[in-house]
Design a protein around this ligand. Sequence first.
Ligand SMILES: *Cc1c(COP(=O)(O)O)cnc(C)c1O
Length: 405
Amino acid sequence: MLRKTRLFTPGPTPLLPAAQAAMASREFHHRTADFRALYTRVLEDLQMFIGTGNDVVLLASSGTGAMEATVSNLTSPGDRVLVLSAGKFGERWRDLAKAFGCAVDMVSAPYGETFATEAVREKLKAVEPRVLYMQATETSTGVRHDVAAVAKLLRGKDTLLVVDGITGLGTTELNVDGWGIDVILGGSQKALMIPPGLAYLAVSERAWKRMESARSPRYYFDLRKERKAAEQGESAYTPATSLVAALAAALDYLRTVGDGEVEEGRKALIANAELAAEMTQAAAAALRLKLFAAQPAAALTAIVPPAGVDAGVIVRDLRENFGAIVADGQGEMKGKLFRISHMGYYDYIDTIGMIGALEHAVARAMRPRHIEIGAGLSAAQALYARAESFIEPKKPRGRARTSDD
Ligand SMILES: *Cc1c(COP(=O)(O)O)cnc(C)c1O
């Protein structure tokens, strides 16, 4: 059959057509009233998307730039910080904090698992870190971490809580202000449905205050400079104007999906990822494939290939025969798992189509052993039918509908 290329990688993810059109259709100069209005609206909508009253700043960088900014802006050389790590992105926190001269303590869990709350509690008793760094979801293993439980342990303490929500935002509910997350950061190429190149952070008053005394070197990623510029609808340096236009369109799309509210759109996006993840998990179970993650996230599903099969074989089959791009394992996990994204712009047909293709790829890789073709699809279909029967049909509202409705 013909092949359409489709991204199922946990970043970058499929692009929203309206965002692509927005990128291509305008030429902006950033020091104009037009652009200032757009920039201001994007920052306000991002607050709704994140679900926070905290000030949001936008950076022209990939997600790691925002991670670095939370180290350079919030620490001084020699500061004790605690990193919770169970994968490649947790290790990135460790490496970043070390690069800025922090004294790094770790609570680690094996790849595929999450840390025990008790171990974090014990460590906090022993070290009193200035900052605790963690992921909401660890994209290298597909694991969901318990941010609420960690936030609870920090209540009443001076320790700032910094959460890499790059694949958590838009796939899982994070009560940023209620739980007391001091900084949460995200990237454009995950649930927001636009290309890589933008990162954003929501920062609490406590964290802004910490920046006054933090002495680590910073220049481009000086968050206070960005906050000040943002008050005027500007960025400190030349912004990625076309990506900002794309982001505005993506947030508008969420507003439409949410019947006029970006927050409702975010909830719908999360429910969408959850259902796609559950369908994929059910299919994997029916095909007797193990999940890599003990606590799977909705952002992506990490699947262990059948015994004796390298994950790369399945990744290649999906790409060559179906145009479906999925991710192999990262680093030493290469070959041991493959990862299918549910973040952002995926619908029912994408999800079912992916599962159907997966059955063929797994069947080919296992020859002469067999799997039951259709078992995964059947499980996913049954799950979808059950889930949809609980969703109330949308009642039309008494407002003018846009052409996207
Ligand atoms: C994608 C991702 C990042 C950021 O990576 P960049 O390549 O710098 O955008 C950071 N953390 C997690 C958990 C991610 O999934």
